[in-house]
Design a binder for this molecule. Structure first.
Ligand code: IPM
Ligand code: MN
Length: 356
């Protein structure tokens, strides 16, 4: 089979880690007899520099014409002072919205080999954890009305959180379906003691839950969820939550895995054309040094094979190669114990390819 993949390398370490994932995909393609074709498009700061816009129409059209999209990262200090709608991050929201990617899957699991990198107490880390965060990605406060207005204390800025039952229903369904294939538990995170959107969220999630009597549903307030994640992460299976709560909780979950450099993500709609990206940012401090951890992007490519192309065996092969490299003690700088030898981005990629 031939698959067309749009590459959005972006800024900072984006190009380095995307190139690593491309090399892994090519190697997996050779091994299993698939042809992956890659077409690069501009996004983020790189697109601003070249065209003046963070998300050129050509990029949107290219993604829509592709079978799937692989994204590195966008943003950096060079573009930090641009107005909100011309920042690199705006491109990310724009492409999520243009492709209708309302589901964001962010798996966070503790690799046995990385237990020492987990900042939690030893007995908590020893329990391990394997969480799937299902984050709503095209609604909520990220996409609500915003601006400036006259308020009680003069000029004020405002952002608004909006959710319709339809948006909550469809993401809840994804969470329950996902839980069915895992350990059968959903924790729905909200702030229903304060927010109207959260009260609608809770009510709607419970309506959807009626169709899934085999799945356990539990509501957790977001402040408590933040606490429970570091107290006992093993209690969670699937977490479903709004755009902003999901953004925050997934960063917290990534830290307890040892490094944000490990976590992949899949952004999905009702079609098979998803977008896959590491959950970390563009890391401008280490850009161009060749030392970034490519694993989150390589695992994102594995998710692409699994979710967009239904190539489960090929995805397993990549994930197992990463496991093996870690089990054999291979480390990039972010996950290496102090003083231990570290591999460059390219070396880690070579080692993973060798283990496919
Ligand atoms: C993420 C990022 C983005 C988000 C930013 C860069 C817009 O933090 O993918 O988690 O908040 O969604
Ligand atoms: Mn984030």
């Amino acid at each position: 089979m031939k698959y067309n993949i749009a590459l959005l390398r972006g800024d900072g370490i984006g190009p380095e880690i995307v190139d690593s994932a491309v090399r892994v995909l090519k190697a997996a393609g050779e091994k299993f007899g698939h042809e992956f074709c890659f077409t690069p498009y501009l996004i983020g700061g790189a697109a601003i520099d070249e065209t003046g816009f963070p998300l050129p129409q050509e990029t949107v059209d290219g993604c829509l014409a592709s079978d799937s999209v692989l994204l590195g990262a966008v943003g950096g200090p060079r573009w930090d002072n641009l107005p909100g709608d011309r920042r690199p991050e705006k491109a990310l929201l724009g492409i999520r919205s243009a492709l209708g990617l309302f589901t964001n899957l962010r798996p966070a699991r503790l690799y046995p080999a990385l237990k020492d990198a987990c900042p939690l107490r030893e007995e908590v880390a020893a329990q391990g954890f394997d969480i799937m965060i299902v984050r709503e990605l095209t609604g909520g406060i990220y996409f609500g009305d915003r601006g400036y207005r006259q308020g009680k204390f003069g000029l004020e800025a405002y952002d608004t959180e909006c959710y319709s039952p339809m948006e909550i229903e469809r993401i809840a369904r994804v969470a329950f379906e996902t839980a069915r294939k895992r350990r059968g538990k959903v924790a729905s995170i909200d702030k229903a003691n304060v927010l109207e959107t959260s009260r609608l969220w809770r009510k709607t999630v419970h309506q959807v839950a009626e169709g899934y009597p085999d799945v356990e549903i539990r509501d957790v307030l977001v402040d408590n969820a933040a606490m429970q994640l570091v107290k006992d992460p093993s209690q969670f299976d699937v977490i479903v939550t709004s755009n902003m709560f999901g953004d925050i909780l997934s960063d917290e979950a990534s830290q307890i895995t040892g490094s944000i450099g490990m976590l992949p993500s899949a952004s999905l709609n009702e079609t098979t054309r998803g977008m896959y990206e590491p959950i970390h940012g563009s890391a401008p401090d280490i850009a161009g040094k060749g030392i970034a951890n490519p694993i989150a992007t390589i695992l994102s490519a594995a998710m692409m094979l699994r979710y967009s192309f239904s190539l489960a065996e090929e995805a397993d092969s990549i994930e197992n190669a990463v496991d093996r490299a870690l089990n054999e003690g291979l480390r990039t700088g972010d996950i290496a114990p102090k003083g231990a030898p570290t591999l460059s981005t390219a070396e880690m990629t070579d080692e993973i390819i060798r283990r496919l």
